[in-house]
Design a binder for this molecule. Structure first.
Ligand code: PMP
Length: 296
């Protein structure tokens, strides 16, 4: 995957620069300790032009993540949204993945940073077909206890856990991992939240030990609109392995149906599941075919 080339422009601390000209400091606290926060955002080529889906919510979460880690956040959300649209224009991107990162200056101490920098980059990201069903394996890794690090924050350091879980799952022949929390309840995938379906009702783990996914929030809104009963509650592996169907959701993943977890195959045909209905509605929402305000 090539993320940039000699022409690519990124946004860094108030200016647009060529990615190949930007340097960073190898003594930075972010590089050494994973002390940084970031976002994963999507822009879609809609009939109304390029639209960044839930731009405000993503930058607000970036701000909240920085606050939770005591990293200074010096920017205005409105301005960051404006600059991101400009970034897409400068790079001639329509369907794109956008990655803002807030990182800290040189310091080898374990004291909270007094200053920070932002960079925003973007690369082309075509639409995901949504037809492939994923095979998940329950990870031997657990999501970190929120008493060890705030799991509500999208903190770079938390993703070591995600990398370990994904690597293990793939080495065992699964497409993706599913992690439990410290109480052995279902938490989330390394980069997505999970919903399960039983008798036409949807269930998802409550906030607390997971990243508060913006796609998860959209799915919950869509359940209300589509009149699908939704319950947020702690779920066990047994609940999962007795479910009719299940799906992952996230900005990159969108809505991805699951074929199986470990050796348990979900019995309901994906196209007949509530998840498939949500998947179709989500697609038209991000493509601006349905106006968010009118359907929610
Ligand atoms: N959980 C984790 C650990 C993630 O990295 C992501 C992706 N940001 C999600 C859930 C889904 O969040 P969102 O829907 O906001 O992309």
């Amino acid at each position: 995957m090539q993320y940039y080339n000699s022409e690519t422009i990124l946004f860094t601390n108030g200016q647009f620069e060529r990615a190949v000209d930007v340097t960073t400091d190898l003594y930075g606290q972010s590089l050494h300790y994973g002390y940084a926060v970031f976002e994963g955002i999507r822009a879609y080529n809609t009939h109304n032009g390029t639209r960044i889906f839930k731009a405000r919510e993503h930058f607000e979460r970036l701000k909240r993540s920085a606050e939770l880690l005591h990293i200074p956040f010096k920017w205005k959300v409105n301005d960051l949204i404006k600059q991101t649209y400009k970034l897409l224009e400068l790079n001639n991107l329509k369907d794109a993945y956008i990655r803002p990162l807030i990182y800290c200056p040189p310091s080898m101490t374990l004291v909270a940073a007094q200053d920070s920098s932002i960079m925003i980059c973007a690369w082309e990201w075509g639409a995901y077909s949504g037809s492939e069903l994923l095979r998940l394996g329950i990870s031997s890794y657990e999501r970190p206890n929120p008493k060890s690090t705030p799991m509500e924050a999208k903190a770079s350091g938390n993703y070591v856990n995600s990398i370990l879980a994904t690597t293990e799952a793939k080495s065992k022949g699964f497409d993706e991992a599913l992690l439990l929390d410290m109480n052995r309840n279902i938490a989330e995938a390394p980069g997505a939240n999970i919903f399960i379906e039983k008798n036409g009702r949807l269930f998802t783990p409550p906030l607390g030990n997971i990243l508060p996914g913006l796609t998860r929030a959209t799915v919950i809104d869509l359940c209300r609109v589509l009149d699908i009963e939704l319950t947020e509650k702690h779920l066990t592996v047994k609940d999962l392995k007795h479910a009719d169907s299940a799906f992952l959701c996230g900005t990159a993943t969108e809505i991805a149906g699951l074929a199986s977890v470990d050796d348990y195959v979900f019995p309901l045909t994906w196209t007949e599941s509530a998840g498939a209905t949500i998947q179709r509605t989500y697609k038209s929402l991000v493509l601006d075919k349905q106006n968010y305000e009118t359907i929610i």
